[in-house]
Design a protein around this ligand. Sequence first.
Ligand SMILES: NC(=O)C1=CN([C@@H]2O[C@H](COP(=O)(O)OP(=O)(O)OC[C@H]3O[C@@H](n4cnc5c(N)ncnc54)[C@H](O)[C@@H]3O)[C@@H](O)[C@H]2O)C=CC1
Ligand SMILES: O=C(CO)COP(=O)(O)O
Length: 323
Amino acid sequence: MKIGVIGGGAWGTALAQVAARGGAPVLLWAREPDVVASINGANQNAAFLPGVALSPSIRATGSLGALSGCDALLVVAPAQHVRAVLAETAVGATPLVLCAKGIEAGTKLLVGEVAHQVAPRAPIAVLSGPTFAHEVAAGKPTAVTLACEDEDLRTRLAERLAGPAFRLYASGDVTGAEIGGAVKNVLAIACGVVEGAGLGLNARAALIARGFAEMTRFGLARGGQAETLTGLSGLGDLVLTCSSTNSRNFSLGVGLGQGRPAAELLGDRRTVAEGAFTAPVLREAAADAGVDMPVTAAVCALLEGADVRDVVEALLSRPMKAE
Ligand SMILES: NC(=O)C1=CN([C@@H]2O[C@H](COP(=O)(O)OP(=O)(O)OC[C@H]3O[C@@H](n4cnc5c(N)ncnc54)[C@H](O)[C@@H]3O)[C@@H](O)[C@H]2O)C=CC1
Ligand SMILES: O=C(CO)COP(=O)(O)O
């Protein structure tokens, strides 16, 4: 199974490294000519995954058309750009493994739903879990959810992608796997705010637990399964991302918690903090589904410029309720 990767950011590059194990050929599409040149010329992605010696069997291209000979495509562009890149790719019936974590602004669609609109004949899988790219690229032990309704395809993908330190857990719940990854990015911003504002570890633990309750309410309302949400792609990724400044979303929250404006924190960054884009559309999607998501609403308020103290006070003064 020849693997193509759409997206030459940190995660696309780390997954290309996973797929290139044993010298298997991998073709990676990157948007930036300097990334294509760096991978083909020096076997590294100096812009997005510096310090990692990439397998020489990874070749990069700036042409989405070049991916047409691949047997499966890992889709690792940021969620807001998946529609555009897939529209330029001759996907046909090639299986798509979605690795981006987010909800599309405007349409309120999960990435899998977007992919289905653009490439209706392509079978869909989702790969998601607690996976800092640099750790995966360094071969550190990692476990993820691989969700796909087609059991045969799931098995073939798992056999192709799994490795001694990259463990895949099978699921048939594509929606649940997607929702965990999308929502945890928003909650990670909230946990970063707690850190940046010096609110303490009790508050962070409370946010993780209450945030998980939000994720579960929304996930169930959208048809996800509870056991997926408590698994690697939900709770597992939430715990990882809510506890480390290695997370771009958590780091963004730290800045907001320190009182820095969102525009300044998001301006001219080359890497993506998906939660900033997902938060407003998640708030809308939650309202549509009749689901209460106060932590998500608080993150939206902060991104829109509200004062940290006001937002925290509003969260804490909500009426008491049953857990
Ligand atoms: N970095 C990580 O550890 C992990 C990231 N992810 C997810 O993978 C996805 C990609 O993130 P990273 O690889 O970390 O990206 P990154 O932050 O390392 O790099 C940004 C990426 O966005 C791309 N990009 C910017 N504007 C674009 C446009 N108009 N059209 C297409 N692509 C554009 C850039 O080419 C680059 O590949 C995100 O959804 C992220 O949540 C998932 C698991 C781990
Ligand atoms: O999704 C991730 C880890 O699983 C990466 O998190 P950040 O995008 O917040 O860095």
